[in-house]
Design a protein around this ligand. Structure first.
Ligand code: ADP
Length: 620
């Protein structure tokens, strides 16, 4: 491994270990204990059976032999008891650790700046972490498992050396022609042979592990695509499209193709496994045979006792198994680093944008002045400016409409205003001070916003509107009335406590797009902020509901400042001022009448291109 890569790997491991400790501080010590006890278990039999055989051959002291057998059974019992206890504890701690990890990831997501949430890189990272964990057993949990295997391998090798080293003592003597077995060259020659054989097998294992890991990555990519298709198939919204456009065939063919490629991969893995495990079995049996011959000859020559045959053959076999385990776990730890790194990268997503400290002035007259000064912005990871040098002063206390074609930058303008993103160039000022300098929560408290792609959750209607567990029922009912939802409320089985959707409760109600939009509007009104912003506020409403909302709007909004974003110009006519967005800039401002006077202007063009849909009386 190149030096830099090694340094990098060690750094990842260090951070991984610290992260494991933070998630569950007891899991590493318990894993170590558990592994050590697991490695001790086989040696009890190896050691004690040897001793019992020797006693059987040497003495006829039945009591002593019964004592040794009892001791063996007792030791086995104790070690297995402790080992089982530790394993249970380990499983419990591991489950806690998995939950803590999920919580940590969720907390990270919920506290992350919005721009990271919208960034595809964040999604890819999150998906990869889940995939690695669910499909490949890679990541932080796997790291703990491999660590345990490494400790177990190390302990096995150490104990086997302690118990087996006696075989290579040079002062052994035997009788007759077989004494050559104690010869220094022969003894060391045999030792070197065992080590070489073991190293060869380990080398083989490294190669096959590497290949296996490579195949796992391929399986992961194929699984990702499969999971995507399965998710779509199960989504009942997609069910409509699949049936209406008869897309079953595309799905079947695409899914079939991937299943086929997965089958091919499994076959490859299978044949690779057969090849490598065949060679491994051959070398291992050869080595095993040699060990039995060597130890047997020592026993026949009288250099060691008959009972020691069990002790020495057992420890050499354990030595070989332990070394394989060490190497496998090291390979796994190194290969797993890439998955561990995903988790570390995710936690390292630079979260916090600058959040100032200046309190926002509470004004009864709602006299706030907002100014965009030469603001330009492009979305992270893109090259094109979505807003270009926008300068505008917003008259607070009025109704401002923001109009323009799709994609002209209207929503982005609002996202910047409410600090979901910060401008790349220029600044946004509230009462003359850069909005970044204000206390973030207080600043956000100035805005009630209904985005076009608002979301409601599977809580009760009241909780959705109040965005809180406990709420003022009277006020919830008032805003429900204001947005024209009262008739629908009366049909709800548990009034404002009725859950939305059926995810958690069978009494949950399904709601239409228009109804959802009214609830979202009610949520904005409940927040009761001085500035209310509505992004295509009536897009999902029927004409009557739309009319009701508009006719009541002045009453609903009261003294608040209201910004409307819409591509439907007729719904903005009643605003005091209209700003026309085009290709990321504000190109016109004024009231409806003024704007229409400029026959070369964008507003004129937009108005008359839509006017054909309204009757003459309305457009006039
Ligand atoms: P409007 O509200 O006027 O329809 P938007 O402000 O939503 O327009 O979008 C302006 C441009 O920015 C569009 O070209 C859109 O594709 C792009 N855009 C919007 N959101 C993102 C995003 N999260 N990442 C990259 N580009 C985006």
């Amino acid at each position: 491994m190149p030096k830099n890569k090694l340094k990098y790997s060690i750094k990842t491991l260090k951070i991984g270990l610290m992260e494991v400790h933070k998630l569950q501080s007891w899991i590493v010590p318990i894993t170590i204990f558990d592994s050590v006890f697991k490695s001790i278990a086989p040696f009890i039999n190896i050691y004690m059976v040897g001793k019992i055989i020797d006693r059987l051959l040497k003495t006829k002291d039945i009591n002593n032999i019964i004592f040794l057998i009892g001791l063996t059974i007792g030791l086995n019992f104790i070690i297995h008891l402790i080992s089982n206890g530790l394993e249970h504890l380990h499983t419990i701690l591991k489950d806690i650790m998995i939950q803590n990890q999920d919580m940590k990831i969720n907390e990270k997501i919920i506290n992350m700046d919005y721009e990271h949430i919208e960034n595809p890189k964040t999604h890819t990272l999150r998906t990869k972490i889940s995939e690695a964990e669910n499909m490949n057993g890679g990541g932080i949990i796997a790291f703990v498992r491999y660590l345990g295997e490494l400790v177990k391998g190390l302990a096995t090798v150490i104990i086997s050396i302690i118990i087996g080293a006696g075989l290579f003592k040079l002062d052994m003597t035997g009788v007759g022609y077989l004494n050559f077995i104690n010869n220094r060259i022969f003894s060391y020659g045999f030792l070197v042979l065992v080590l070489l054989g073991t190293i060869f097998n380990l080398h083989l294992k490294t190669i096959s592990d590497k290949k296996l890991f490579k195949h796992f990555s391929e399986i992961m990519s194929a699984n990702r695509i499969l999971a995507f298709y399965y998710e779509r198939i199960q989504d009942y919204n997609a069910g409509k499209e699949i049936r209406l456009y008869n897309q079953r065939k595309i799905f079947n063919e695409e899914v079939g193709g991937f299943i086929q490629s997965l089958k091919g991969l499994f076959k490859k893995i299978e044949s690779m496994n057969t090849k490598y495990s065949g060679i491994d079995a051959f070398i291992s049996s050869l080595l095993g045979g040699m060990v039995y011959i060597f130890v047997g000859l020592k026993a026949i020559s009288g250099s060691i006792s008959a009972g020691s045959i069990v002790q020495y053959t057992g420890s050499i076999n354990q030595f070989m198994a332990g070394s394989t385990e060490i190497l496998t776990s090291i390979n796994n730890i190194i290969n797993n680093n890439q998955y561990l790194q995903l988790y570390i990268d995710f936690l390292n997503i630079e979260g916090e944008k600058y959040k100032g400290t200046i309190p926002v002035e509470k004004r009864d007259d709602n006299e706030y002045e907002i100014e965009f000064r030469n603001v330009s912005f492009k979305y992270p990871g893109t090259d094109e400016y979505v807003l270009k040098n926008v300068s505008v002063k917003l008259n607070i206390g009025e109704r401002l409409a923001i109009v323009g074609m799709n994609g002209s930058g209207k929503t982005t303008f609002i996202k910047l205003l409410c600090r979901l993103y910060d401008p790349d160039e220029g600044e946004i000022l509230l009462n003359g001070i850069d909005i970044k300098k204000y206390d973030y929560e207080e600043y956000m408290g100035l805005f009630s916003i209904v985005f076009q792609d608002f979301k409601l959750f599977s809580f009760s209607l009241g909780q959705n509107i109040a965005a809180a567990v406990d709420y003022d029922e009277k006020f919830v009912e008032k805003v429900i009335e204001d947005v024209g939802f009262i008739d629908r409320l009366e049909t709800m089985p548990r009034g404002i406590s009725t859950p939305l959707y059926k995810d958690f409760d069978k009494d949950g109600v399904e709601i239409s797009g228009g109804e959802a939009q009214k609830i979202a509007l009610a949520r904005a009104l409940y927040k009761d902020s001085p500035i209310i912003i509505l992004d295509e506020p009536t897009a999902a409403l029927d004409p009557i509901a739309e009319f009701e909302i508009y006719s009541k709007f002045n009453e609903i909004v009261g003294t608040k400042t209201a910004f409307y974003i819409s591509h439907r110009l007729s719904s903005c006519r009643f605003c005091d001022e209209i700003a026309v967005f085009h290709e990321g800039s504000i190109i016109q401002r004024g009231d409806h009448e003024d704007l229409l006077k400029d026959e070369d202007g964008k507003y004129y063009e937009l108005w008359y291109s839509q006017a054909q849909y309204y009757n003459e009386g309305e457009t006039a």
